[in-house]
Design a protein around this ligand. Structure first.
Ligand SMILES: Cc1cc2nc3c(=O)[nH]c(=O)nc-3n(C[C@H](O)[C@H](O)[C@H](O)COP(=O)(O)OP(=O)(O)OC[C@H]3O[C@@H](n4cnc5c(N)ncnc54)[C@H](O)[C@@H]3O)c2cc1C
Length: 452
């Protein structure tokens, strides 16, 4: 392709958009976006793009890892075909823009499910690989990348290859959790998990404090595939550290029912007032929620959709945080330091009263994540939302960073929109190995901020 033709293609295919945000909606910078519908378009777009390039999925990352305001982005959502499936082995091949929702709708009736899933099914296969996402079954299944068989990668210099752990172990490890910076993932081959039916046996157990949480986490790891706890991140005094632990296993019966139409009518159509979520409204909500869970504690049967994806019931729920948006904070701290560090973090958070009702605590298992920049590692992970109150919120999160670093932990780039370069470097000891395989013409706003 000549330079002239490439430039024409860049001008006509990459459109300036001011309505493209990540999930936190804090960063609002114009993005130049191409929206291919066919995989065959990708080499031409990659060749034609000017400046740094980034492929993006459904922009369910909270901060700036899925934004590239100083270059161009390829929105992969239209490249979304299922390509091949082996019903005997459960290996599925699909284009990277396929959503996890599409995969479940196809695979569940055939007795297969995602090997692990984040708390929303509205993410793409490529996005799940590039962030090496994790789910409630990390202590059993490890992270998403542990189940990737191969992927087709396209780099800026035109290099295109199917990559497996065997064919190119380093490029494989750099791309899993590689934040989209090794090239465009065009297709992915994924090993699914066998299921009998679409329901889970769930146990809901309120805990009065953190000590009870640790006991529950320890006693549940061997017998339960899925564990997680909602934490009341504003409760003080005698209620400090209270929460609701849930643990579950797939039911052995063979009843399948697929989740409803993703184009649900339940959408938040406007931005809520920015100060709607404050210490008092969140405190009131948490009190009611805790009481409701305590009253309904015990065993129940739940469909996979409300169990794995309770937030997906309302589209655009992020607008609840108002036009200033929100930050999510997610860290992991290693097992030896976890109890003390989680208590210190929570004390700091409760003291500030800035947290929203969305706060979860979970223990990770010791299955090694395959990526050089994979976030999941043994220990405990705390994730919570903060409405964006400007400097106060940023200062709080910096104090939390210090506690996490002191404990030898790490921050999750998929959730981040503000961490310091030094914190990023300390979070990822294999950064140098990653850098050897990064495509130097792939970048994101996140990358320029932490490593530029
Ligand atoms: C409600 C909610 C719950 C969540 N729960 C969890 C959870 O439990 N566990 C967890 O781990 N995460 C969780 N997340 C985060 C989310 O799973 C990740 O941010 C995921 O990577 C988003 O995928 P996406 O398709 O939206 O990708 P984007 O956010 O658009 O992009 C994410 C990264 O992937 C890269 N990328 C995307 N597609 C490609 C491609 N084809 N080729 C190369 N690079 C690509 C991008 O460059 C970017 O670096 C949650 C998010 C939300 C909103």
């Amino acid at each position: 392709m000549t330079q002239g033709k490439g430039s024409d293609l860049a001008a006509t295919s990459f459109r300036a958009r001011r309505d493209v945000y990540s999930w936190g909606r804090v960063v609002r910078r114009t993005q130049r976006v191409a929206e291919p519908k066919f995989r065959d378009e990708l080499p031409g777009l990659v060749a034609a793009a000017r400046g740094p390039l980034l492929a993006t999925g459904r922009r369910r990352s909270y901060g700036d890892s899925c934004l590239n305001s100083e270059g161009m982005t390829i929105d992969m959502r239209g490249v979304d075909r299922l390509l091949a499936f082996d019903a005997g082995t459960g290996v599925l091949q699909a284009e990277a823009g396929v959503s996890l929702s599409q995969i479940i709708a196809f695979a569940a009736p055939r007795g297969w499910f995602l090997p692990t899933t984040p708390g929303t099914r509205f993410v793409t296969l490529g996005g799940a690989v590039a962030n090496d996402v994790h789910g409630k079954n990390h202590h059993r299944a490890g992270s998403f990348g542990n189940h990737v068989v191969s992927f087709d990668l396209l780099r800026r210099d035109g290099f295109q290859a199917r990559v497996t752990k065997k064919s190119d172990p380093d490029l494989f490890a750099a791309t899993i959790g590689g934040l989209g910076l090794t090239g465009v993932i065009c297709t992915v081959e994924l090993q699914l998990e066998r299921i009998r039916g679409g329901f889970l046996d769930v146990e809901t157990i309120p805990h009065a404090n953190l000590a009870e949480f640790w006991e529950l986490a320890e006693e549940s790891a061997a017998g339960f595939e899925h564990t997680v706890s909602w934490i009341d991140a504003v409760a003080r005094g005698a209620n400090f550290g209270r929460g609701v632990f849930s643990r579950a296993n797939w039911r052995p019966d063979d009843v399948i029912e697929i989740h409803g139409d993703d184009r649900t009518w339940k959408t938040l159509p406007f931005d809520a007032p920015s100060r709607l979520l404050n210490r008092y409204t969140v405190g009131g909500f948490n009190e009611l929620y805790f009481r409701k869970c305590r009253a309904g504690a015990g065993k129940s049967v739940q469909h996979y959709a409300p169990f794995f994806y309770p937030l997906d019931a309302i589209h655009d729920w992020n607008r609840l945080y108002g036009s200033r948006g929100m930050f999510q904070y997610q860290c992991v701290v290693p097992p030896g330091a976890a109890r003390a560090a989680i208590a210190t973090l929570l004390r700091e958070i409760v003291g500030e009263g800035q947290a929203s009702f969305l706060a979860v605590l979970k223990t990770f298992g010791d299955k090694t994540s395959p990526g050089f920049l994979s976030f999941p590692r043994p220990g405990a992970t705390l994730a919570l939302d903060f409405p964006n109150s400007g400097q106060d919120t940023l200062a709080l999160m910096s104090r939390l960073d210090s506690i996490v670093m002191e404990a030898g932990g790490a921050l999750y780039p998929a959730k981040d929109g503000r961490l310091a370069p030094e914190t990023f470097r300390r979070s990822f000891p294999k950064l140098q190995e990653f850098l050897r395989h990064k495509d130097e013409r792939m970048e994101s706003d996140f990358w320029r901020r932490v490593a530029g």
